[in-house]
Design a protein around this ligand. Sequence first.
Ligand SMILES: *Cc1c(COP(=O)(O)O)cnc(C)c1O
Length: 406
Amino acid sequence: MSLDITTLVKKYDTPLYLYDFNNITNRYEELKDAFSGKKSLVAYAVKSNSNLAVIRHLANLGAGADCVSIGEVRRALKAGVKKYRIIFSGVGKRDSEIREALQEDILLINLESEAEMKRVEMIAVELGKEARISIRVNPNVDPKTHPYISTGLHENKFGVSIDTAKRMYIYAKKSEHLNPVGIHFHIGSQLTELAPITEACGIVADLVRSLEAIGIEIKFFDIGGGIGVVYDDEKTIAPADYAKAIISQIKGLDITILSEPGRYMMANSGIFVTSVLYEKVNGDKRFVIVDGAMNDLLRPSLYNAYHKIEAVQKEGEKTPADVVGPVCESGDFLGKNVELPPLSHHDILVVHSAGAYGFTMSSNYNTRGRAAEVAILDGKDYLIRERETFEDQVRLEESCDISWQE
Ligand SMILES: *Cc1c(COP(=O)(O)O)cnc(C)c1O
């Protein structure tokens, strides 16, 4: 991002999320182009960054939305995503969520169990509707990623086995209120190797063929998300190779390829900006205490995830320091052993690759307001979420009657 961070910090203060919307455009176009020549839909995984301005930007480019709660479906609709490009996934959907998704007539409801299929059917009967469904298959493939973000093994809670899926398709085909048009898998996140994706794709494509043989025609082949990104110096998957691998596995099938990228679209489209409060040394350990914390960016604390951290316009000999926030937890850190020059009050640090699973995982822990979010498009900055105030945080408590305590 070629922009003057110091100026933006003066204008918006810290902690601050900054997103490069031109980079989002580039990521979208690159993936869409990789599938050119095939029928495809890129359904952006809203959970990675659900700011309305982000979703709207992608909707304007033609993207759909992959949602994991009715709240996300509502965000997608509000941001202008066409209902026929919205998918509703997730391992535990409430009746009210299923009902609303059916009433909104979105493209697909992704099913993750037989019990859920029965619920969806029941609600579709109640509404006199036919539910377009897809079934999430768990292909039992090791995605070779962090165990917390692995989802395609039988030991993970997601999806159903091939045998169960087949039984479900046969049931759904017979039902007057279920229309099984899709198949879905998502084996994990931050995938940096193609082989597991290719393998999963092959397994699921075989299932599609065996369903076709018994008269069940699948129209949407949903490959999930998971394309890895560069946080440090890892090698990852090029969209063109990704598409090629998938297309090679679905030869002979007349099918629309759905993809659900989140991290790929957003991680390196965003940075987290924080100001230095103090430096201190405990024994021979150097700490840089900043105004951003685990409540703003949880990934380091949650997954021990690496984010590159750099000082803005600051020279001097670099030595290792832990970059920590003010939250009262030892697990509250943004980086460990980060090589940084000597720093003083008001110096600015940039935490890179923070556009995905950054703001969306933020909380009010320690009664800290959520950070502001700013979009940069064609060199101009736009506030897309106000900094959260104390009043915002206590509103739902103040609206309750606590006079019984007086
Ligand atoms: C989280 C998730 C995604 C997005 O994953 P990324 O790694 O961010 O691309 C896509 N599909 C499903 C079903 C998910 O749960």
